[in-house]
Design a protein around this ligand. Structure first.
Ligand code: SF4
Length: 489
C-alpha cells in the first residue's frame, strides 16, 4: 500500500469534501491576520478569509492550506481517521512532566547577605545574625522530603541571602542527600546548584563544588556602574567581585558551570543593549531578560512601581532585537525567555519553565524550604510571606510529604490555574504556550486567577508571543535562528 495519497486525490476537480474541525482557538495578530493554535500547541497564521472558509467548512481539498491544516491536526476527514488519537498523543506528550511531580527543591540556607540591593525580593538580614540560618535538623528533614518526590530527577538549589555565608550547612546537605540517595531502591538523578553573588567565594568552596559537580548561578545586572548601583555592598565592589568570581569558577569547575541572572530596574530600562554587551563580554551564551517581581524589598522601596509593563516591554523588544542583530553578525547568543517560549511553539517539548506551566508550577515544579523550616510553594510565595501574607505556605519540614502536597491552598491553585479552563485564557490562541502565576495574581488582585484584562503577566505574554511570531514571519533569518533556539533549549 502506498504511503501517500494518489495524485488524483490532490487534483480532484470538485475538491469539496466534508471535514470535521478539531479543537482550535484563534486570536487576532493584527488587522488582517490571526494566530490559530490547536491543543498540541501547533500554530498557523491565517488571513481572515481562509479562516472563515475553514470554520464554514468550505475549504477545498486541492488547496495547499487544506493539506497543511489536516497535517497539523486542525481538521480531520475520511483520510485522517486517526487524527483525534494522534492529537491526543501529542497533548499527552506535552503534559507528561505533570506525572513526574516536584523536581526542584530550594533550600534557603540563610537570610544573611553582604549586599543591600534595594530591589531585593527577600527582606535580607545583615551578615552577622546567625539566627537567620537554617538548622541541621531542618535541613535533614528537607532532604528527606525532597527525596520522597516521585520525580526521577531531583535538583537541590541553595539560596539565600547569600548561600555561601552558610557553607558548613551547604556541605552537610550535599553529603547527606548523596548518602540518602544511594540508599534508595531507585536512586534519583541528583544535582545541586548554588545561587550566589560570588562575593565571598573561596578556593575551599570551589574545590567542594568541583568535587560534587555543583553548578553556580550568579547575578549580573549589566555593566559595572549599573551593577554596582543596583547591588550595593561595602566598598562598592560587587561587580568586581562577581566578575572575578565568574573567572575563578570557570577555571576550577569548567566553562559551562556558571550561569547568570539579571534583574531589570528603572536604571536598566535605557541600557538593554549595554546589558547584552556585558553578557557577551563575560562570555555567557545568552541572557534571561526578566522584570522585577512585586515582592519584598522591591515593594517596600517602591522599586516595583518604578516602571510600567509597557516600559519593560519596550526594554525587552529593544534588547531582543539587538540579540538578533548580533547573531546576524555571527555571534551565537540567545535570549532564554524567548527560547523557552519558542520551544513550546515550534517543538513537541515543554521545557517546564515554572511561570509557563498549566496548571501553575508552584509546588508541582518546585518547592522551597525556608531557613526557619517553613515550606512554601515557590520562591515568590516565600517573598510574599516576608510581607506577612502566608497564603502559599504549604506547611513545615515537620509535616509529612502527603500533608504538604494535600495542602488546601496548593490544591486550589492546581484546580484554578489550569489555563484551558480559565476565563479569557480558554478562548486565547496563546494558551498552549502560556501558563499561570497565581502568586503574582494573588498579590495584584487577591485572586489566584487574576483579572486577565488588567494582568501585567497576561499583557507581557500576549505582547511577547505575538512579537516572536511577527519577527519570524517577516524575516527568514529570524525564523531559522528561532528554530535553532527552540531545538536546542
Ligand atoms: S494569561 Fe493572557 S496570554 Fe496567557 S493564555 Fe491567558 S489570556 Fe492568553
Amino acid at each position: 500500500m502506498s504511503k501517500f495519497e494518489s495524485i488524483e486525490f490532490f487534483n480532484k476537480p470538485d475538491a469539496t469534501v466534508p471535514y470535521t474541525l478539531l479543537p482550535f482557538s484563534f486570536t487576532a495578530l493584527d488587522a488582517t491576520r490571526y494566530v490559530v493554535t490547536n491543543l498540541a500547541g501547533e500554530y498557523i497564521l491565517l488571513e481572515r478569509e481562509p479562516l472563515q472558509r475553514l470554520v464554514n467548512g468550505t475549504l477545498r481539498t486541492d488547496e495547499s492550506l487544506y493539506i497543511d491544516l489536516r497535517a497539523r491536526h486542525f481538521l480531520a476527514d475520511e483520510h485522517s481517521k486517526m487524527a483525534p488519537d494522534l492529537l491526543a498523543i501529542k497533548v499527552r506528550t506535552r503534559n507528561e512532566q505533570l506525572a513526574n511531580w516536584t523536581g526542584l527543591h530550594m533550600f534557603v540556607l540563610t537570610q544573611r547577605c553582604d549586599h543591600s540591593c534595594p530591589y531585593c525580593q527577600v527582606s535580607r538580614q545583615t551578615e552577622d545574625k546567625t539566627s537567620f540560618d537554617m538548622s541541621r535538623e531542618h535541613a535533614d528533614k528537607a532532604v528527606a522530603l525532597a527525596l520522597r518526590s516521585p520525580n526521577p530527577a531531583i535538583k537541590i538549589e541553595f539560596q539565600g541571602g547569600e548561600s555561601f555565608l552558610n557553607f558548613e550547612l551547604l556541605k552537610h546537605v550535599v553529603i547527606t542527600a548523596k548518602e540518602a540517595n544511594r540508599r534508595l531502591m531507585q536512586p534519583k538523578d541528583l544535582k545541586f546548584i548554588v545561587a550566589t553573588n560570588l562575593s565571598v567565594v573561596t578556593d575551599e568552596m570551589l574545590d567542594f563544588c568541583a568535587q560534587h559537580e555543583i553548578g553556580i548561578s550568579t547575578s549580573l545586572d549589566g555593566p559595572r556602574d549599573l551593577h554596582n548601583k543596583n547591588r550595593p555592598r561595602p566598598d562598592d565592589d560587587s561587580y568586581e567581585r562577581t566578575v572575578a568570581g565568574i573567572v575563578r569558577v570557570r577555571q576550577r569547575l569548567g566553562r559551562r558551570s556558571v550561569s547568570a541572572l539579571m534583574t531589570t530596574t528603572e536604571a536598566s530600562l535605557t541600557r538593554g543593549r549595554e546589558i547584552v554587551d556585558e553578557y557577551v563580554k563575560q562570555e555567557f551564551g545568552g541572557i534571561f531578560l526578566r522584570p522585577l517581581s512585586p515582592y519584598g524589598f522591591a515593594v517596600k522601596t517602591r522599586f516595583f512601581r518604578a516602571y510600567s509593563a509597557e516600559q519593560w516591554l519596550n526594554f525587552y523588544d529593544d534588547a531582543l532585537d539587538y540579540v538578533i542583530d548580533i547573531n546576524r553578525q555571527g555571534v551565537e547568543f540567545r535570549e532564554y525567555y524567548a527560547a523557552t517560549i519558542l520551544t513550546k511553539m515550534l517543538t513537541c517539548k515543554d521545557p517546564g519553565y515554572v511561570d509557563l506551566r498549566s496548571p501553575a508550577g508552584i509546588g508541582m515544579a518546585g518547592v522551597i524550604y525556608n531557613y526557619d523550616g517553613t515550606v512554601y510553594a515557590s520562591d515568590e510565595s516565600r517573598m510574599l510571606a516576608e510581607m506577612k501574607d502566608t497564603t502559599f505556605k504549604l506547611g513545615s519540614v515537620d509535616d509529612s510529604f502527603e500533608t504538604l502536597y494535600t495542602n488546601e491552598t496548593f490544591l486550589q491553585s492546581v484546580d484554578e490555574t489550569f489555563a484551558y479552563s480559565v476565563p479569557m485564557c480558554t478562548d486565547c490562541a496563546f494558551e498552549p504556550w502560556c501558563g499561570a502565576d497565581p502568586v503574582f495574581h494573588w498579590r495584584q488582585h487577591q485572586d489566584m486567577i487574576g483579572r486577565k484584562p488588567e494582568s501585567e503577566f497576561c499583557q507581557r505574554n500576549i505582547h511577547i508571543f505575538g512579537g516572536l511570531i511577527r519577527r519570524m514571519d517577516r524575516d527568514p533569518f529570524v525564523r531559522r535562528l528561532f528554530t535553532q533556539w527552540a531545538h536546542t533549549c
